[in-house]
Design a protein around this ligand. Structure first.
Ligand code: ZN
Ligand code: ZN
Length: 151
C-alpha cells in the first residue's frame, strides 16, 4: 500500500516513500542547494557570509541554514558561514548555541552546583527527622489514651 501524505511544504498529496516532501518540492530544494553550492564553491565566494549567499543566490536564509545544519554545507570549508544561535541569534558555527551562550549555561550550572542550598539540605532533613521522632511518643501516648478511655 502506498503511504499517502500531504507535502508539509506545498500541501499537495504525494506518496511518502523516499522523502518527507513531494517530488516537486524536493527538486526545488535540490536546485536551490545546487545554486548555493555552485556559488559558495567559487574561491572568491568562499568567505561569503550567509547574508551574502542569500542575497547573491536568492535562496532563503532559512534554507541555507538548514543545509548547514544538515551538514550539506561543510563549515570547515567556508570560514564566514554560520547559523544563528538558538538562544541569542548570534552567528555560530557548531552546536546549537554560540560560544557565549554555551559559556553562560556552563557558568550557570557551576553556580547551581556550588550553591549553599545543597549543603543546607542535609541538616534540614536531619532536623525534620528529629522532629518526627519527637512526635512519635506523643502519638503513641494519645493512642494509648484513646484505648484507655475505651476501657
Ligand atoms: Zn510539495
Ligand atoms: Zn548565543
Amino acid at each position: 500500500m502506498a503511504d499517502l501524505a500531504n507535502c508539509p511544504n506545498c500541501g499537495k498529496v504525494f506518496v511518502k516513500a523516499l522523502r518527507p516532501v513531494c517530488d516537486a518540492c524536493y527538486r526545488e530544494v535540490e536546485e536551490k542547494f545546487d545554486t548555493v553550492y555552485t556559488f559558495i564553491r567559487k574561491s572568491r565566494n568562499r568567505s561569503a557570509t550567509i547574508d551574502q549567499v542569500c542575497e547573491e543566490t536568492g535562496v532563503e536564509k532559512d534554507l541555507i541554514i538548514r543545509f548547514i545544519r544538515e551538514g550539506r554545507l561543510q563549515l570547515s570549508q567556508f570560514p564566514n558561514l554560520g547559523y544563528p544561535c538558538e538562544k541569542c541569534g548570534e552567528s555560530t558555527r557548531e552546536g546549537r548555541l554560540c560560544s557565549k551562550c554555551k559559556k553562560e549555561i556552563n557558568d550557570g550550572l557551576r553556580e547551581v552546583r556550588k550553591s549553599p542550598d545543597r549543603e543546607e539540605r542535609k541538616p534540614l532533613r536531619h532536623k525534620s527527622l528529629a522532629a518526627e521522632n519527637n512526635d512519635l511518643p506523643d502519638l503513641e501516648s494519645s493512642l494509648y489514651e484513646r484505648f484507655r478511655r475505651k476501657d
